[in-house]
Design a protein around this ligand. Sequence first.
Ligand code: MRU
Length: 327
Amino acid sequence: MRTIDWIDGRVRIIDQTALPGELTVLELARVEELIDAITSLAVRGAPALGVAGAMGVALIARDPRYPTPDTVRTAAVALQNARPTAVNLSWGVKQALLVADQGADAILAAALEVRDREILNSTQMGERGADLVAELKQGRLNVMTICNTGALATVERGTALSLVRSLFERDLLGEVIALETRPLLQGARLTAWELSELGIPHRLTIDSAGPALISRGAVDLVVIGADRIADNGDTANKVGSYSLALAAQRAGIPFIVVAPESTVDAATASGDDIEIEDRGSAEVVSLRGVAIAPAGTRAVNPAFDVTPHDLITAIVTESRVIRPNLP
Ligand code: MRU
């Protein structure tokens, strides 16, 4: 089943807040419901957010509250700003708005094209990435990853996890070491679930063990996704990625970013210009509703960090391999 799709005039998503306990589907008829799903991370992951952005404009355009192209454009602003770091969300909204003057059917067609393109992109990124890895490293490889970059973060298959899957299909994978990804546990809840559904060997570890495991040779490479890639190759991804990149450089192993071209943001010069979402204290001071810090504790909760381009061995997209650390 697709992570996000358009069914009978509604946006249908897998509710990622309920996994791995329950596989629940939400059908969203109004843009407000979709915005709630985005902010609560019921739908998440940069490419899936791109599709959500485009389909959200399709919902707006079919809603009698927004009868003209200008009202559609105005209503799309809140959707575009629902989460700030993943450029795919605003990219998806803009793709759909390109045909705003042509009406609701044209907008829906543009949204479905965004969905279909992301499906193709996932396979192409995975295969291209596995070709690159096979060039860089021999034999069966152990791979570290963070957050969830699988089918749940896209429409099908994934970005970094698509590369992992291609290695597995070529019998080039030893095991995956997945970081749990505090505070919302996308690694533990979603990546471990996807990998076990696929029969891919994996172990889970706590985030703070990642760099230490790299330094002791537990993995041959690190593969991550991206939420925004600046013009100079600096890459925003789930917080914790930067420390893995530092450790990978120190250990001399490849650090590879896998993301579609829709994540590359030429309008952002460098990582310094990327807005990092802070999701507030509650997610840090409690774990799945149970308080883990004294009442009243304030937290800092950046959802993403920026890995400077010189720490990145390669960025793999559906159409190219960029080596941002080479002059
Ligand atoms: O906060 P999230 O779960 O939306 O963060 C997602 C990530 O950081 C992913 O690694 C990124 O979107 C790339 S996914 C294909």
